[in-house]
Design a protein around this ligand. Sequence first.
Ligand code: GLN
Length: 257
Amino acid sequence: MKKTTKFLTMALTAVLAVCTLTACGGDSAKGNVITFGTNPEFPPFEYVTSNGVLGEFDGIDMAIAQRIGADNGMEVKMESMEFDSLLVALQNGQIDAVIAGMTATDERKETVDFSTPYYTATQVMIVKEDSDIATAADMADKKICVIQGYTGEVCVQDMGYTYEAFKKGTEAVMELVNGKCDVVVLDSATAQKYVGDNEGLKIVEDASAFESEEYAIAVQKGNTELLDKINASIEKMLADGTINDLAVKYTEEATAE
Ligand code: GLN
């Protein structure tokens, strides 16, 4: 009898350990599942790969989401959708949270609540190596490409420039590579990845024109129960260097490819 109890305890512990490690599926109670939404077109934060940290998804954000689940004993589900649809899906309750390299802007704060920020970025300009663009003001008479719904689009709009908006970062960068546009305005780490992937491009920064941006996880307004869990996990990962290590790891992977 005693032996059986001990065996059961050991077996149960083993099952729990596996579940925590892999954030495994099964018939978990709904309350024990956290469904994130992302747009996996934003390396090194989220992209699709054959063997990712969360199924087909990999990147800094995906590793962070996986740890948030593990820290709280919750199963993590990841839903892929257009960047533009993420906040709508969150408000509809289709997803519980958004993790998508999303900048916590004042405008977005009107409709959703954001976690403690976990990454600081800025908009940069990707141009051809021989471009004469040296500042944001130099974009005035150039053909500008942005990605629809990104903060880069808002920046260019606020500067009063005309631009063309693309659905994906890769599409905008292809326009630049093919000489159909002169500059792509995009978040720094993602821009770095595209410059590493394509010959003949460089990054131009203009700190006086582009403010720094903070990435955070969005939840429905007033969902403090989930936000508290997410924040505790993020704060732990910021304090023990996990997020920094992930940023270094995925940035190196991104440039090594
Ligand atoms: N940081 C930018 C924004 O919030 C881009 C994010 C993204 O494409 N995933 O708009």
